[in-house]
Ligand binder design. Structure first.
Ligand code: GLN
Length: 258
């Protein structure tokens, strides 16, 4: 990224750019997770921020230094097994990226892979151990709409999504992304959903998640811009989210009454 100097605030004319790395889109791509990338890109475009999307296939080399956001979608157990073998080879570089404040959004299968392991009935998928979490397959799948409450911004806000996972994730001492208001979340028992660690968001929420929840999308973009332009980026311009908010409120209200 060529980061320009002397940016006092973000306006449509300032040449900001974010590079988004989409890991293994052919394997980790359940329930419209690709829509999250489109949402990140669109909300940048609407503000005059340039984006470059780099898709990485399983055997591609990844230069994490060239990325501002890393995105991992959900996948079936079989696809996760394929990905996990490759992850071992990029573990160190990915860990460094995270520890240095690199932004990551990981959904469901991708989220599980950031932890120590995902234990299936007859085998164990080894994870990256970037997060101190672990996942074990349960006897049933946890499926349905989810509403969580997040405390990431000045005001708590509700996030709507959809989940479908056999794994139950336990997050040890990590901060959750939110608390479950409706649905199952990490494991259906402790009332927690996802993880927020440094600039990593891990969550079970598909949807796709980001088009449904612009506040979360902007949270991710802001973190990436703060990291890429530490001396100059102040805040994102507000967008008109009337339609997105109406859709989200409708879903939140529908399930809050149940
Ligand atoms: N295969 C994993 C599970 O069932 C993840 C599924 C997903 O990404 N939706 O728990």
């Amino acid at each position: 990224m060529a980061h320009s100097e002397n940016i006092e605030h973000q306006t449509p004319n300032t040449p900001l750019k974010l590079t988004i790395g989409h890991l293994y889109p052919d394997l980790l791509n359940l329930y419209g997770d690709r829509g999250n990338i489109i949402s990140l890109k669109k909300r940048c475009e609407w503000r005059g921020i340039t984006t470059e999307i780099k898709e990485f296939q399983l055997n591609d080399d990844i230069d994490f230094n060239s990325l501002d956001i890393v995105f991992l979608g959900g996948g079936s157990d079989r696809e996760q097994l394929l990905v996990c073998n490759r992850l071992k080879e990029i573990k160190e570089a990915f860990s460094c990226y995270v520890e240095n404040g690199g932004v990551v959004a990981a959904i469901c299968g991708g989220y599980q892979l950031l932890g120590h392991y995902y234990k299936l009935k007859n085998e164990t998928i080894e994870g990256l151990s970037i997060l101190d979490i672990y996942t074990e397959m349960g006897d049933s799948r946890l499926i349905g709409n989810v509403i969580i409450e997040c405390d990431l911004l000045k005001q708590p806000f509700k996030v709507a999504g959809f989940e479908n996972h056999g794994g139950r994730t336990y997050i040890n001492g990590h901060q959750p992304l939110g608390t479950v208001k409706y649905g199952y979340g990490n494991n259906g028992t402790d009332g927690l959903e996802g993880v927020l660690y440094k600039n990593v968001i891990g969550t079970y929420l598909h949807g796709p998640l980001l088009p449904k929840n612009p506040a979360l999308t902007d949270f991710i973009l802001s973190k990436a811009l703060e990291k890429a332009y530490p001396d100059t980026f102040v805040s994102l311009e507000a967008l008109d989210d009337t339609v997105e908010d109406a859709a989200r409120h409708y879903i939140v209200n529908r399930f809050s009454d149940i």
